[in-house]
Write a protein that binds this ligand. Structure first.
Ligand code: FE2
Length: 263
């Protein structure tokens, strides 16, 4: 596996770009299945976005999505932004993809001894519509002690600087997280600022990725993605894995009644 997953590069940079990790056919299968999930899960969302209590109810819709398949829309309320956050457990097509042995082997090689699949997201990044994602670390959102979250991001279509590929700052995973997103005691969420210094983007590199590429992200790696200014969509699927040996904070936003499962 070492030739497939260069562990030294991951330790140095905090990310890995693995071209041709999954087949084009499996990317196509996820894309087709995502359209079916939107068709069967979207109506509920649209009704939520049309109520007076839009903000409170959309918060609830998000906070209760940890064990569900739910559709999230762009700010215009019409274009689909993403599906989350438990397709890996709730949908057979996504479960097969997310629990393929090759992924288990990759995660194990990179040091997660007792993996638990925490969340899955299907990101549409639509032509001319898909917005940017500002610099952040995934550990900010999925906090364990010690930090253990690892992101597995799959390009289902070619991702380029034009259609909103990811960017990362090599080595930034060696610094502590500067913010923590968690539930507050009023039933909402808050960003706790641990260090107000904004991330410097000096040294940032674009992570362009051909269809079928897997990008592995260390939980403390600072990364972002650009807006899609092109006429081409940029579909991607991601799975986040933690190590069961680390302790998962009780006030993390993602909560569910069914226990997290491994591969
Ligand atoms: Fe992220």
């Amino acid at each position: 596996m070492r030739d497939v997953a260069p562990v030294d590069d991951f330790a140095r940079d905090g990310f890995l770009v693995l071209p041709d990790f999954v087949s084009a056919a499996s990317c196509d299968a996820l894309m087709a299945r995502s359209a079916e999930l939107v068709a069967t899960h979207a109506p509920e969302t649209i009704s939520i976005f049309s109520t007076h209590e839009q903000s409170r109810r959309s918060d609830e819709y998000f906070l209760e999505s940890g064990g569900e398949i739910r559709c999230f829309f762009e700010e215009d309320g019409r274009s689909i932004n993403k599906i989350g956050h438990a397709m890996h457990d709730r949908d057979p097509v996504f479960e097969r993809f997310s629990r393929q042995p090759k992924l288990a082997e990759l995660v194990s090689t990179l040091g997660i001894a007792e993996p638990l699949l925490l969340q899955s997201m299907y990101i549409f990044k639509q032509p001319h519509v898909g917005g940017e994602v500002t610099p952040h670390t995934d550990h900010t959102f999925l906090w364990t002690d010690p930090p253990s979250v690892m992101g597995l991001w799959f390009a289902l279509e070619d991702a380029t600087v034009e259609n909103g590929c990811m960017y990362a700052i090599p080595g930034s995973h060696r610094e502590p997280a500067r913010k923590r997103f968690h539930r507050d005691d009023r039933g909402g969420t808050t960003f706790e600022v641990l260090d107000p210094t904004p991330h410097s983007l000096v040294g940032e590199v674009p992570l362009e990725a051909k269809k079928g590429t897997c990008i592995v992200l260390h939980g403390l790696l600072v990364h972002r993605s650009g807006a899609n200014t092109s006429a081409r969509s940029r579909h991607a699927y991601s799975v986040h894995v933690i190590d069961a040996r680390a302790s998962y904070r009780a006030d993390n936003w993602l909560r569910r009644s069914a226990p997290f499962r491994g591969f």
